[in-house]
Design a protein around this ligand. Structure first.
Ligand SMILES: [Zn+2]
Length: 255
């Protein structure tokens, strides 16, 4: 009788365990289906259209407003920072740079002094270009602990790079990136910024990757930004956070 009772108890425990396992696996199955369904409606693999928002020449008095807007729209960006503008106010800019990284943005380098002659025209300018990127890199590292190798040549590589510049960069760990969309936000009003952007994207036939260059230098960019983000998402561009392993496929600006 005792053995019979023991057998019944063991059998019940096994049955309870099996039911629990079944219930759990059903629950997980449901979760995964649900997770798939609630993913954003972007297409898989190569069909994803990506847009990178980039802001050059900061930090300035406009940078905080840009960060607020990006946060409100949940949109990541790349900030190509001008070294001497960071050192203008290290205390304030430490907070700003840390905020950028905390909120999912990426920090790139944009030289120390943005000086066309020093960076492109003088005899030692290819070495000067690298030296200025290293100096800016060190400042960003000291303030944030983050070592970035992404850089954007002031005025773009197409405006001043010689073969020696290309060689210097190739022999360094830096990686330069230009753009394929330039709404010239530093000189246009918000309506013109938006219409230039739309016109250029249309002209390129809504390509799979956009690198949009803007600047932390005026109110008009800030006014245009929500409309730009809305337009990109309307046309199913995924506003993409930059990651160093990303291989850019866009062709440089040729307008
Ligand atoms: Zn610049």
């Amino acid at each position: 009788m005792k053995t019979h009772k023991m057998f019944l108890i063991i059998a019940s425990v096994i049955l309870i365990l099996i039911s629990l396992l079944l219930a759990l696996s059903f629950r997980f199955y449901n979760c995964s289906v649900e997770a798939l369904e609630t993913r954003p409606a972007f297409k898989s693999g190569d069909e994803i259209k990506r847009a990178f928002l980039s802001f050059d020449d900061g930090p300035t008095v406009y940078t905080e407003d840009i960060l607020d807007l990006l946060q409100a729209h949940n949109a990541p960006a790349i900030f190509f920072l001008w070294g001497e503008r960071i050192t203008n106010d290290m205390t304030q800019n430490e907070l700003l740079l840390k905020r950028m990284l905390n909120e999912g943005h990426y920090i790139g380098l944009h030289s120390m002094n943005h000086d066309y002659r020093q960076l492109y025209l003088e005899d030692n300018s290819p070495q000067e270009f690298i030296t200025q990127m290293i100096d800016a890199q060190k400042i960003v590292y000291e303030l944030t602990g983050y070592l970035t190798h992404l850089c954007r040549a002031p005025y773009g590589r197409m405006s001043g790079f010689t073969q020696a510049h290309y060689n210097e960069v190739a022999n360094s760990k830096f990686r330069c990136v230009d753009w394929n969309i330039d709404p010239e936000d530093w000189k246009n009003d918000a309506d013109e910024i938006f219409s230039q952007l739309v016109m250029q994207i249309q002209k390129l036939g809504f390509p799979p990757e956009l690198m949009i260059v803007m600047h932390d230098v005026g109110e008009e960019t800030i006014i245009a930004l929500p409309k730009i983000i809305e337009f990109l998402r309307q046309y199913e561009y995924f506003i993409t956070p930059y990651s160093p392993d990303h291989e850019f496929i866009f062709q440089n600006y040729t307008f």
